[in-house]
Design a protein around this ligand. Sequence first.
Ligand SMILES: *Cc1c(COP(=O)(O)O)cnc(C)c1O
Length: 356
Amino acid sequence: MSVPGSTSSATALARLARIGRTPLATVPTPLHPAPALAAHLGTGVQISIKADDCTGLGLGGNKVRKLEYELDPARLHGVTHLVTAGGPHSNHCRVTAAAAARLGLGCTLVVNGEPEDPGRGNALLHRLLGARIVTVRDREDRDRAMEEEVRRIGAAGGKALAVPIGASTARGAFGYVHAVAEVRDQAGSDGEAPWIFTSSSSGGTLAGLILGCAIFDWRARLVAVSADEPAAWIRGTALRLAMAAAHRLEPDPGAPSGNPHGHGTSGPGAGLANRVRQVAEDAIVTDDLVGAGYGIATREGQEATRLFGTHTGVILDPVYTAKAAAAMIAWLREGRVPAGDNAVFLHTGGHPALFR
Ligand SMILES: *Cc1c(COP(=O)(O)O)cnc(C)c1O
């Protein structure tokens, strides 16, 4: 990871290097130029694709980087099981089950709703990865069922670590600081900072991108495209997570850190907190491409999937990346990204949804 000139950035990076992390991801992921797509769209914008669908573990995707920090070795001491929750086709559940398998731990997935066919898509992979599946009726039942599982495992003499849904926590956000560092190195330092288009749902990935840009004082323009949640909720959640993560990188432990909004924070860490707030404010968050709702394909997403397939060789998923790519394509067609700029599409994974 390259170290920029700013003292507080260097301090933040040194602190990040001391935060516990279990290596799980195949990184750096490649950044592939997509000149044929740019030519097809007739844009003077240089497009490239950051292949975080290739983070490796359990078919990869953005959850792997987040889990590396969620599964801090210090938190795994004595742990025998991981417990997490999600939908019956959750990418997060798949990667958590894969991490448990790799680490030699048991895994329970609390899943709301029955998959139409448990022999397909992520539902199949959850089972192939050896997870115990506990089905609950509603999303609202998941937290209680997770607590119950943790208790049950404890009563049987084990110890469970509950991984929050999506691994979208302040800790998980650190994972995407590394992705920012990689793109910064791969894009070359000579040009303007790029536009970065990403799919967004629980806000954890965006939080990490915000924190990374703040740490490096890098002026990438972040465009987060919702797969389901309202844009205002995503922005608020990402800001809250990024601020909480920034406070853990606070160089002065004596500085006030209890207030996640950081107003009035003084000392060397205040620079980072202020930059996080600025980057979050400058980020564009849109829910214009959600369509009829989570997991329901849109015409724009289908077109984007066809364009990526035929002009980049990259496969998108219908739930997340198709909608984010549709947003990027719309922006390029509308000339909202100036010619000569770079646009990076962050591929967050999700392929098993194609086969459900
Ligand atoms: C979870 C997920 C996202 C959304 O990431 P968040 O950090 O929850 O915002 C995007 N794409 C894919 C493929 C995912 O699995």
